[in-house]
Design a binder for this molecule. Structure first.
Ligand SMILES: Nc1ncnc2c1ncn2[C@@H]1O[C@H](COP(=O)(O)OP(=O)(O)OP(=O)(O)O)[C@@H](O)[C@H]1O
Ligand SMILES: [Mg+2]
Length: 379
């Protein structure tokens, strides 16, 4: 926390103290925490929440608002995605289920209903991320940590990376096990945090999580996302399905509002698009992004999608390709509008892990892009 932020906070606390006319040790404790360089952000947050309890009586709403704003800032997180706000559709029941499944050191898994077992893009990570932002803002957690866990190696590296976020002295150690141990110890010492293990799909990462990590993390909540089902009984399994049609339609209409070329029957057309894409979030997101980028209407998109579908059907083999035709058709529609250079970058990126890829990688090696442009490709 910067000196300026601290000063703002001190001002705010004094104002609250003055308003509620309280000479209370909680206020003193909070001021002391702000003086202490080695303070832990979680403690400041806890102190603030205690002080916030004084605001239950009707006081100046300006103070209440500022307090909420400060609370929203005093947390630790490495969440890789921002909230998509109102564009997040159709998962209110799941958010509520998560609220009751988590709390006081519990573990829950966001999985997929059996019918779409194995297929990605149904919205597991998005649900975990939106749940996290909401609960952070409500003050349920002081920290939310996001760990990409597709392989056991990534699980270890990303857990070790938390040492820097938590500002632990071991962060500069050269030994990964030492750093991981320090992180686990720190989390064990505190409550009020949530850790997300994203994409626990491989046998090795599942084993590492179940045997080495989960038993050490009972002080806070664990949320994992996985394409696997059949988790043991100590993990609340919350399977999600594709979006309901009205939610998929609302998503398409809102996502493209202001950018698509509009027509009077947009609602009916959006329904057709949603059906063609089988209401699968990843396909809806791609379609919306494409419509916005090219600034076309739903009718033009439907036409292009049908053409792509025919092409995809000519080579699609469901034993070899896991994705359904609906997703491949949106992909094909987007891909055919790319220039040679963009296609080459895309092809290169497809060899890398699905996490954020540094732009520098492509900027620093232009010759790679040229070579990739000459590779054969099925699409
Ligand atoms: N409820 C929703 N409302 C709006 N958009 C959503 C929703 N759920 C997911 N999306 C969007 O759909 C896309 C795919 O979702 P996400 O990455 O969460 O899928 P996933 O199930 O985690 O896939 P994978 O198994 O490949 O990790 C993302 O761009 C996400 O923002
Ligand atoms: Mg995911």
């Amino acid at each position: 926390m910067s000196e300026q932020e601290k000063n703002e906070l001190r001002g705010l606390i004094s104002q609250i103290q003055y308003k509620v006319e309280a000479q209370n040790e909680r206020f003193e404790k909070l001021f002391a925490l702000l003086e202490d360089e080695g303070h832990f952000k979680g403690e400041i947050r806890e102190g603030l929440l205690e002080v916030k309890a004084f605001l239950n009586d009707p006081v100046d709403t300006r103070i209440t608002n500022r307090m909420s704003k400060v609370l929203k800032q005093v947390f630790l997180t490495n969440l890789p995605y921002r909230s998509i706000g109102d564009l997040f559709k159709g998962r209110e029941d799941m958010v509520e289920k998560l609220r009751s499944a988590l709390g006081a050191g519990k573990t829950a898994a966001i999985t997929q209903v059996h019918a779409i077992h194995g297929l990605g893009g149904v919205g597991k990570t998005r649900l975990a991320v939106e749940y996290s932002w909401r609960t952070l803002e409500e003050g349920k957690y002081w920290g939310v940590f996001f760990i990409v866990s597709d392989t056991a190696a990534n699980l270890g590296t990303n857990l070790a990376n938390l040492a820097a976020l938590l500002n632990l002295p071991e962060k500069s150690s050269k030994e990964q096990p030492v750093i991981v141990e320090a992180v686990l110890r720190e989390l064990e010492r505190r409550t009020g945090w949530l850790i997300i293990f994203d994409n626990v799909d491989s046998d090795k990462s599942t084993e590492s999580l179940r045997e080495e990590i989960q038993p050490r993390l009972s002080a806070g909540d664990i949320l994992l996302t996985s394409r696997r089902s059949n988790w043991p009984d100590d993990i609340a399994d919350l399977p999600i399905d594709k979006l309901a049609e009205p939610d998929a339609v609302a998503y398409l209409l809102e996502k493209t509002d202001g950018k698509r070329s509009k027509s009077t029957d947009d609602e009916a057309l959006a329904k057709q698009v949603a059906r063609k894409l089988d209401c699968l979030p990843v396909a809806l997101e791609q379609a919306g992004g494409y419509i916005n980028q090219v600034r076309i209407g739903f009718n033009t998109y439907l036409k292009e999608l049908n053409e792509s579908r025919q092409k995809v059907l000519s080579w699609h083999n469901k034993d070899l390709v896991k994705y359904p035709v609906a997703v491949l058709a949106t992909w094909q529609t987007t891909e055919q509008h790319l220039g040679l250079r963009e296609r080459a970058i895309l092809r290169l990126a497809s060899f890398l892990a699905p996490e954020a890829i540094p732009v520098e990688l492509f900027k620093s090696k232009p010759e790679l892009i040229n070579k990739a442009g000459k590779l054969p490709c099925v699409l």
